[in-house]
Design a protein around this ligand. Structure first.
Ligand code: HEC
Ligand code: HEC
Ligand code: HEC
Ligand code: HEC
Ligand code: HEC
Length: 165
């Protein structure tokens, strides 16, 4: 009997754990944002939303000032759009998680790679225009050998001080 009770206890804990994992994944970002719909169907370009990408180190993730241009009508059946509209109306920021991150001790600049280096977003972030769900992990794992490999291929500096200033 005791072992049976233990079994059910184990099963309960296991299912609870599984439930939490699934829930956490689904709710990783506050809104189920869909790139495909906005880029391919609504015809927006990357820079309409990631406004700093050509001029700054950080690309920036758009928030209510941008979303509010199109999503200000609470009369909608779409639960995800409802969420966006209520952030807009309450003037509270959408708490996006940033997924792609370089450690603080290394220097990376979008301007350098996008504007000067003429690299496409897809090279580092994959086919974003086809994504229907938010990012949960980076498209490629960001580590030093990823940076160095491309620099070697394209005859860009691999001097330590270029990235570790
Ligand atoms: C230029 C207009 C425009 C802007 C700006 C815009 N959207 Fe949208 N969005 C649309 C259109 C068009 C649709 C699809 C039609 C609809 O259902 O309203 C849509 C649909 C959505 C949906 C529903 C997705 C689905 O799969 O059904 C979400 C969620 C959403 N937008 C979030 C956002 C967020 C978050 C922002 C700001 C970062 C944003 N939108 C900015 C035009 C826009
Ligand atoms: C050479 C590779 C590379 C290219 C090309 C590139 N990115 Fe990035 N992206 C990164 C890296 C690395 C990070 C993490 C940067 C950090 O932590 O500062 C990042 C982070 C981001 C982020 C996270 C938030 C932020 O503010 O930085 C967004 C959004 C983004 N990129 C969008 C874009 C868009 C849009 C383009 C094309 C116009 C683009 N990226 C081109 C490598 C790249
Ligand atoms: C897909 C290729 C690619 C990847 C991946 C890449 N880079 Fe670069 N990087 C370039 C190119 C091309 C340039 C030269 C841009 C130009 O013309 O100024 C460059 C330039 C730089 C520079 C300026 C170098 C100088 O001459 O002072 C720094 C710093 C830098 N990258 C850091 C990074 C870091 C950090 C990473 C990884 C997080 C990274 N890069 C990943 C292609 C890449
Ligand atoms: C309507 C606004 C909008 C447009 C247009 C748009 N994005 Fe985004 N992007 C977002 C939002 C909101 C997020 C955060 C949620 C997510 O991950 O999907 C995001 C996230 C990202 C990220 C991950 C950021 C992180 O956390 O590291 C990348 C990379 C990115 N976008 C690239 C692109 C590229 C490339 C294009 C053009 C093909 C593009 N985006 C067009 C709104 C937009
Ligand atoms: C093109 C850019 C680039 C160059 C050049 C570069 N690094 Fe790095 N390095 C990075 C990035 C980005 C990280 C952070 C990786 C991460 O977040 O895991 C890093 C991490 C490190 C670390 C931490 C441990 C590790 O391996 O993650 C050390 C130590 C280091 N670099 C030393 C060096 C030395 C020494 C040189 C010169 C021989 C050098 N780096 C050249 C981009 C660069």
């Amino acid at each position: 009997m005791v072992s049976r009770r233990k079994f059910y206890l184990f099963l309960f804990v296991f299912l609870l754990f599984l439930g939490i994992v699934v829930w956490a994944q689904k709710n990783f970002q506050p809104v189920q944002y869909n790139h495909k719909l906005h880029v391919e169907d609504a015809g927006l370009s990357c820079t309409d939303c990631h406004v700093n990408v050509e001029t700054h180190e950080r690309a920036s993730i758009p928030n209510i000032a941008v979303c509010g241009d199109c999503h200000d009508d609470p009369e909608t059946d779409n639960a995800e759009i409802k969420k966006v509209v209520s952030y807009v109306q309450e003037e509270s920021r959408i708490p996006w998680q940033t997924v792609h991150r370089v450690r603080d001790y290394a220097y990376f600049s979008h301007r350098r790679h996008v504007t000067l280096g003429q690299l496409e977003c897809e090279t580092c972030h994959g086919n974003v225009s086809a994504r229907e769900l938010p990012f949960e992990k980076p498209y490629v794992e960001i580590n030093m050998s990823w940076c160095i490999d491309c620099h070697e291929q394209r005859a860009v500096t691999t001097d330590c001080y270029a990235c570790h200033r």
